[in-house]
Design a protein around this ligand. Structure first.
Ligand code: PLP
Length: 364
């Protein structure tokens, strides 16, 4: 067992999922976005924990969907960035592709008919302003012409993604996107003789634009306890805790240096502790030289010198610490935001930087 562990608190995870569920109308479905290892945690542990409370899962890439299928996740899985080279694998594993271009649509129908599919569920993504993936609204007639000519595929859902759902300064743009999406919905509903699921909102969208929840919402970062603003985040519970333990304590003299390139010199006689986590684990070198901290017995101590690939050193002169003592890197949203601010990043990036070498453990 590796001593550096990212704990995933199951109870708090479920609490957050229910927080969003309770914000929604009873009939609105909840899709859990578990791409990128559930935002750097563990997609299988997270998905298994929340499967009873959600209606749908989404991953970015096909191989992420396969991991869920292989671990017996049974709720439907939308592959947000499905690519033609994986269409056959998608079909063979009952994954559901996001189709965002004519190239993709035609290729998927071709692959699905080679497998004798009937009404294979596909999801159509529209570009309403992000300019990343998606059909243009004016392409609807051509899409319908293709889809209505075949019974190989069926439109299970139609969706789009907001550009700046968390930014009140971009409210006007967001309302424009919502309006465009409503028009897309109306156009399809006039022609189709069945009702696809319509969905637009991510975590911040649910917080700021609940009226635009349509039939389903897609929540990712919110499940881990971060949402939009301080106030909403404070109503959520922290899910991820990063822990390790002291490998060795050094008693050093004033003037001794610590670590590579002698980046730190002791100002007085003292003690340092070496901890088995480094930049290969996703702990940026920017947290070295007293920019970052860890907690030992609830006392905050600075990371000193340069962050090594596999280790950091902290100054424990003013603590009663011993080898094998547990240290905590973060266990509250406040700790995590403090680290993110130091790194000039956001939890989305910080969590996904935590490398696979760190053990993941579900705390039940
Ligand atoms: C990642 C993603 C989400 C989830 O966004 P959060 O802000 O984490 O809730 C929703 N929809 C799409 C298309 C995404 O790529």
């Amino acid at each position: 067992m590796h001593p550096t562990i990212l704990e995933i608190n199951k109870e708090n995870l479920i609490y957050n999922v229910l927080f969003f569920k309770n914000k929604l109308d009873k009939s609105t479905k909840l899709l859990a976005v578990v791409k990128a290892y559930a935002y750097g945690s563990d997609a299988v542990l997270v998905s298994k924990s929340i499967e009873p409370y959600v209606d749908y899962f989404a991953v970015a890439y096909t191989k992420e969907g396969l991991e869920l299928i292989q671990n017996n996740i049974t709720k439907p899985i939308l592959v947000l960035h499905a690519q033609p080279e994986n269409y056959l694998q998608i079909i063979k594993n009952d994954l559901e592709p996001n189709i965002y271009s004519f190239t993709g649509l035609k290729e998927f129908i071709k692959t699905a008919s080679s497998q004798n599919c009937l009404n294979y569920p596909i999801h159509l993504k529209f570009n309403t302003g992000l300019n990343r993936l998606g059909f243009k609204p004016e392409e609807i007639p051509e899409i319908l012409e293709i889809v209505q000519k075949t019974d190989v595929v069926k439109i299970k859902s139609i969706f789009s993604h907001l550009v700046a759902s968390e930014d009140p300064n971009e409210k006007e743009f967001t309302l424009q996107q919502i309006d465009t999406f409503n028009k897309i919905k109306n156009t399809f509903n006039k022609i189709l003789n069945y009702l696809p699921i319509y969905h637009l909102l991510n975590t911040s969208g649910v917080v700021n634009y609940p009226k635009a929840q349509f039939d389903m919402v897609r929540v990712g970062i919110g499940m881990l306890g971060f949402a939009n603003d301080k106030n909403t985040t404070s109503q959520l519970k922290n899910v991820l805790t990063l822990k390790s333990k002291i490998s060795q304590i050094h008693t050093l003299k004033k003037g001794d240096s610590v670590g590579y390139n002698r980046a730190y010199f002791l100002e007085k006689d003292g003690k340092t502790a070496t901890i088995p986590i480094g930049h290969a684990d996703g702990i940026s070198r920017k947290l070295g030289n007293k920019n970052g901290f860890v907690y030992i017995n609830n006392q905050k101590v600075p990371i000193i010198g340069n962050v090594c690939m596999d280790m950091i050193m902290v100054d424990v002169s003013d603590t009663h610490s011993a080898e094998n003592d547990i240290i905590t890197f973060f266990n509250t949203q406040k700790d995590i935001m403090e680290i993110c601010n130091k790194l000039q990043t956001i939890p989305y990036e910080f969590f996904t930087m935590l490398s696979r070498r760190i053990e993941r453990k579900l705390i039940i």
